[in-house]
Design a protein around this ligand. Structure first.
Ligand SMILES: Cc1cc2nc3c(=O)[nH]c(=O)nc-3n(C[C@H](O)[C@H](O)[C@H](O)COP(=O)(O)O)c2cc1C
Length: 379
């Protein structure tokens, strides 16, 4: 006898859910989430030790990242055949879980859910030019409907004037970032160079192209623009930027950010299911004045939460993830502490009692469009 504990069925199930959840995208791959499980539910917390104080002082992008993880968790529960029942907690102090997910009634997965679930491990962030073929309008419309199903908007910047305006705002924000040493230092802390044994942060291999090689300026993770020899891109592929889209929400509360995160992941997985990848350019949304100017470009007047460009690519770079054991603990009524789920600390707020109405959530989707894929010369 080894004395090894046999995992309970609820522990197995929670592992399955959280393994899926952590494949979600997050700002600088910060993976700012923690989970606690019991027989009947999984709680999702934002890990405040993993918030980026300069890029994300309000925690908006942290909650969006958690929302993306939540969508994956919901999808993994659907994969096991159950409908997730999701309860959002109100926006009270930090010690409240963001959300609780309970096991709901049995229901067969839909074909769209199967498609998205299969895309979970293939989805990745692309940094660089896309292939020449553009994403068909029918697929953009389908993505808009996917965002809508999560209570968010998706608007494509398909006319040259709004494209140029948005590109100028991204450039202005990125320049501001590059000229701010404290911000650069924060970015460096989340960039993984060489063989550093880390399972978070953005690896240099994921930044193979110069950040200025398309029409939308990218974050300079590897510091190329700081050296005179590499400050300018050797080649510019402005026509390979892809189609730029904005993800928006009606309001700008913590619930809207969670909604935006779920919509983001739904859009990304549906796109990946049709071989479309996304690049992220959220820099102007981190500066209040620039975010207001981005909002002025949104025809619906909604709040911009994400700026993405979509296109086709054969490049696939895997970013690391922390093991599930680092982020999942048994729910013992207390809040898990950061990165040390074996330890627990007392909750500070009144939070655990505060409730909002439970919602049964499915990933039931609008009709799938006919899609086509054009020729694929490498970018
Ligand atoms: C809220 C949010 C904002 C992001 N902003 C950027 C960005 O501005 N530039 C960028 O290159 N990637 C951005 N990303 C992508 C992350 O860097 C990426 O998800 C993370 O490195 C994990 O890699 P993966 O998406 O390939 O799994 C963002 C992701 C999220 C969720």
């Amino acid at each position: 006898m080894t004395g090894q504990r046999t995992p309970t069925p609820s522990e197995h199930a929670a592992n399955h859910l959280v393994r899926a959840a952590v494949t979600a995208p997050s700002l600088h791959n910060s993976q700012p989430w923690l989970f606690a499980y019991s027989d009947s539910r999984v709680l999702l917390y934002a890990d405040d030790t993993r918030r980026l104080p300069l890029a994300d002082p309000r925690g908006r992008q942290q909650v969006i990242s958690c929302g993306a993880a939540l969508f994956n968790l919901r999808l993994a529960m659907r994969h096991l055949g159950f409908r997730p029942t999701v309860r959002f907690f109100p926006d009270t102090p930090e010690y409240v879980p963001l959300v609780q997910v309970e096991w709901g009634a049995y229901a067969r997965m839909t074909s769209d859910e199967t498609l998205m679930h299969r895309s979970m491990r293939r989805r990745h962030t692309h940094r660089g030019p896309f292939q020449a073929a553009s994403v068909p309008a029918s697929l953009i419309e389908a993505l808009r409907q996917q965002a809508h199903a999560e209570g968010a908007g998706l608007c494509a910047m398909d006319d040259p004037t709004s494209q140029l305006r948005l590109a100028a705002l991204v450039r202005e924000a990125e320049q501001l970032r590059r000229n701010t040493p404290a911000y650069t230092a924060e970015l460096n802390r989340w960039t993984r160079v060489g063989d550093a044994p880390r399972d978070d942060g953005v690896p240099a291999e994921a930044c193979a192209f110069h950040p200025d090689c398309t029409a939308l300026a990218g974050r300079d993770f590897t510091g190329l623009t700081r050296h005179p020899d590499t400050a300018a891109p050797p080649w510019k592929w402005s026509t390979r930027t892809g189609i730029t889209v904005l993800l928006t929400t009606p309001h700008d509360s913590r619930q809207d950010w969670l909604r935006a995160g779920q919509a983001l992941q739904r859009v990304l997985l549906y796109a990946a299911g049709h071989n479309v990848a996304a690049g992220f350019h959220t820099q102007p949304l981190e500066v209040a004045d620039l975010r207001a100017r981005v909002r002025a470009t949104v025809p619906s007047g909604q709040h911009p939460q994400m700026i993405l460009r979509l296109g086709y690519t054969n490049d696939r770079v895997r970013t690391p993830r922390r093991p599930v054991t680092d982020v999942l603990a048994r729910d013992n009524g207390l809040r898990p502490t950061a990165s040390t789920p074996a330890r627990w600390r007392e909750p500070r707020g009144p939070a655990r009692g505060s409730r909002s109405p439970a919602q049964e959530v499915t990933c039931a989707a609008p009709p799938r469009p006919g899609t086509q894929r054009g020729a694929e010369p490498r970018g």
